[in-house]
Ligand binder design. Structure first.
Ligand code: RB5
Length: 153
């Protein structure tokens, strides 16, 4: 098991219950949490939250991130627009583990309308406790970074 020190977390109105449960769980694990909201049930545009969590990771303020929206998909699409971010929308254990092992993903995106809170917490633990394997997977992740660096604007 690796020891993650700081995790950035955010959600929209589709993921508030899950996000709050994840924040509580992480604090119980003595992991420092940067909670970018939302903090109450108000409708919010998920890209605004995704970019806050993504920027905190790129800036080195947190090592990994968790984003929750209704499906996990909108958050992942938005976060992946930020250079240096590899965000994966997962709803089962195998993907949550392998996106760390093989993709070195740095944000896990979850769907509050797709999975229950208990599963979400299990996926978060799996994601945080799995280390990137490197080796041939590093070459592939580097290829993604190259694509990113070719982007205009
Ligand atoms: C908000 O209604 C919903 O669209 C959002 O939470 C998310 O599921 C988008 O991908």
């Amino acid at each position: 098991m690796i020891s993650i020190l700081k995790v950035a977390v955010g959600c929209d109105h589709g993921g508030l219950e899950h996000k709050d449960a994840i924040v509580k769980h992480l604090r119980e694990r003595n992991i420092e949490v940067l909670d970018f909201g939302i903090y109450e049930a108000v409708s919010v545009d998920y890209p605004k939250i995704a970019v806050k969590v993504a920027n905190s990771i790129v800036a080195g303020e947190a090592e990994l991130g968790i984003l929750v929206c209704g499906t996990g998909i909108g958050m992942s699409l938005a976060a992946n627009k930020i250079n240096g971010i590899r965000a994966a929308a997962c709803s089962e254990h195998f993907s949550a583990k392998y996106t760390r092992l093989h993709n070195n993903s740095n944000i896990l995106c979850l769907g509050g309308r797709v999975i229950g809170v208990g599963t979400a917490i299990e996926l978060v633990d799996l994601f945080l406790d799995t280390e990137f394997e490197g080796g041939r997977h590093q070459r592939r992740v580097d290829m993604i970074t190259e694509l990113e660096n070719k982007k205009e604007g």
